[in-house]
Design a protein around this ligand. Structure first.
Ligand SMILES: [Zn+2]
Length: 64
């Protein structure tokens, strides 16, 4: 997931912090919309990548 991913809720457009991978494909959620669906989506998804707790930058080591 990169910072270009946006929440899949049409009216939202916030940066996506959670990616839920379903058999039919991934869905992206901002933190707000993820809370609305987290319980059922976690059960239904193949896996969930939640970057709300860990900033994406932490996994990128400086080149220098
Ligand atoms: Zn949203």
């Amino acid at each position: 997931m990169d910072t270009g991913d946006r929440c899949d809720r049409a009216e939202c457009g916030a940066q996506a912090l959670v990616r839920a991978q379903f058999a039919a494909g991934p869905l992206f959620f901002c933190g707000h919309h993820w809370r609305e669906v987290a319980e059922s989506a976690t059960r239904a998804a193949l896996f969930v990548v939640n970057e709300q707790e860990v900033p994406a930058e932490s996994s990128m080591l400086p080149v220098a």
